[in-house]
Design a protein around this ligand. Sequence first.
Ligand code: G3P
Ligand code: MG
Length: 249
Amino acid sequence: MSLTALPDWPYPPLIAHRGGGVLAPENTLAGLRAGRAHGYDMAEYDAKLSLDRVPLLMHDDTVDRTTDGTGAAAQKTYAEMAALDAGSWHSPPYAGEPVPALRAVARYTLANGMASNVEIKPCPGREAQTGTLVAQAVRELWREAARAPLLSSFSETALAAAARAAPELPRALLLEAALPHDWLERLRRHGCIALNMNERHITAEIAERVRAAGFRLGAWTVNDPARAALLRDWGVDSLITDRIDLLRP
Ligand code: G3P
Ligand code: MG
């Protein structure tokens, strides 16, 4: 197999999932602080739009699981989202923790020298708009950053829109299942530098193929130290983990 030069990868081998993994409420500033306190200098988190198109952090399409509210995230204004309690579901020490705007997260990561993997997580039907507006926001908010945030998405519509809006930002394609036959074509189509795969579907052979083709490889969500060591041996560039207490940078 002929080797292609790998793109720059200014990111660390360990990345905290959804901010600070399971030690703090996901997609909050408290989560980022937990990651920082455990020595992490990069976090992955999920960005979507409020009804009035403000980029903010939330994983699900509804606010039900991770806040004290109910209903679709896409039907709430930023002011309504910011008034929710996004911490009590996790544990009492985090009661009152707000849903953060992407702007606040940029401030925190820049002030603390943390790198970011902004996963573009559109609500249904808002794929292109979310890709465009999140990429534009990242370009503006992180313009002084030493390391540009890595944009990633399962939505190829969102990735394509992000590539059009801010072509200079690095991108990764997220894959949930086994490596599809057209993986290389899809990475090239969206100008990606990396593939971020569900760790369950990564083998030594896949890691070698992806990296030999000139792409970086990320794995999520890796919570077992023995599995983490194996993936590192296979050449996986970065592991995204919920267990920031077990996998130590
Ligand atoms: O970006 C990797 C990982 O976060 C993708 O899955 O559902 O946790 O956003 P999910
Ligand atoms: Mg995510």
